[in-house]
Design a protein around this ligand. Structure first.
Ligand code: NDP
Length: 292
């Protein structure tokens, strides 16, 4: 079997197309959706991510404010910025780019973002709603992007055995809640660094979502014939054959395409969906501000 490509770029383009009419409806009501992106320090990958988010805003006609702070900033500096963005009327979404410098408590800082402006969906109030099975809060972008992509491709999830590799607050754990939620209805196993015999768990899975940050960890022999495999991982690996000396690799080995029925590429799979969901959350926040 040769896997079909789970094309996040194509799916994201459809999400964006739909957003354009919602954005124009907001503007007719005098509301310009507005996202603030805060970045601290000079991590090159983070700057690339922020650039793509700002570019997506430009593409869609969402106003964006880019706040850049040096790595030497204090936690108090970031607190002050968040407090002032929370207060700013006409600003609908706030995102603090991860990772923050190691001297900062990332979770404590993102907890300060007003839940209605928490377009990343990481605030305890939004994650708490998700635990309660309520989908009316801000949903974390990467896991909700994965669900959207599966549904877009017509992939059946009901009653399927899904294995999620990774249990992080931003990907693995919310992914498990969304896949097991009513209406999606998979039976979910979450594996992590202390799990035993992960390859065996994967071998019985109908759906594998890999979010570990370990380049090409999931190999062909782990995967059942016909399984759906979603690769969330983004890893830089050395590659002397490239001029820049590195390439991007997912958490899934490309040979998995020989066994899987569907496989999401890296890049071009989950990445564009994460950005599309961020744009959708921003538009949703703007729409909701109109109802207040
Ligand atoms: P974290 O480092 O926060 O979490 C990694 C998870 O993987 C942890 O739960 C960890 O277990 C588990 N893990 C690590 N090593 C192993 C192993 N050998 N076997 C089993 N489980 C393991 O990463 P994130 O969740 O933030 O990100 C995961 C990957 O997804 C990264 O490559 C990241 O770059 C990428 N990513 C991609 C996005 C996109 O838009 N495409 C968005 C966000 C992330 P434990 O809890 O026990 O430590």
């Amino acid at each position: 079997m040769v896997a079909q490509r789970l094309d996040g770029r194509a799916c994201a383009a459809e999400v964006e197309k739909d957003l354009i009419s919602r954005i124009s409806a907001c503007k007719k009501n005098g509301i310009e959706p507005h996202l603030a992106v805060v970045i601290v320090g000079d991590d090159p990958a983070s700057h690339v991510y922020v650039k793509s988010k700002v570019k997506a805003c430009e593409r869609l006609g969402i106003k964006s404010t880019h706040v850049e702070l040096p790595a030497s900033s204090t936690e108090d500096n970031v607190r002050e910025i968040i407090a002032s963005l929370n207060e700013q009327s006409g600003l609908h979404g706030i995102l603090v780019q991860s990772p923050l410098p190691s001297h900062m408590d990332e979770e404590a800082l993102t907890d300060l973002i007003h839940p209605e402006k928490d377009v990343d969906g990481f605030h305890p109030q939004n994650l708490g709603r998700l635990v309660q099975g309520r989908m009316d809060g801000m949903l974390p972008c990467t896991p909700s992007g994965v669900i959207r992509m599966l549904s877009w491709a017509g992939i059946e999830t009901e009653g399927k055995n899904a294995v999620i590799l990774g249990r992080s607050r931003i990907v693995g754990m919310p992914q498990s809640l969304l896949l097991g939620s009513k209406g999606v209805d998979s039976t979910v196993t979450v594996a992590h660094s202390r799990s035993k015999e992960i390859s065996k768990l994967c071998a019985s899975a109908d759906i594998i979502i890999a979010a570990v940050g370990r380049p090409e960890m999931v190999t062909e022999d782990w995967v059942k014939e016909g399984a759906v495999v979603v690769d969330v991982g983004i890893n830089r690996v050395d590659d002397s054959s490239r001029e820049r000396g590195w390439r991007l690799a997912g958490d899934v080995h490309p040979d998995v395409a020989n066994k899987a029925s569907w496989l999401s590429p890296v890049p071009g799979g989950v990445g564009p969906m994460t950005i599309a969901m961020l744009m959708e959350n921003t538009v949703r926040a703007a729409e909701q501000s109109n109802l207040l």
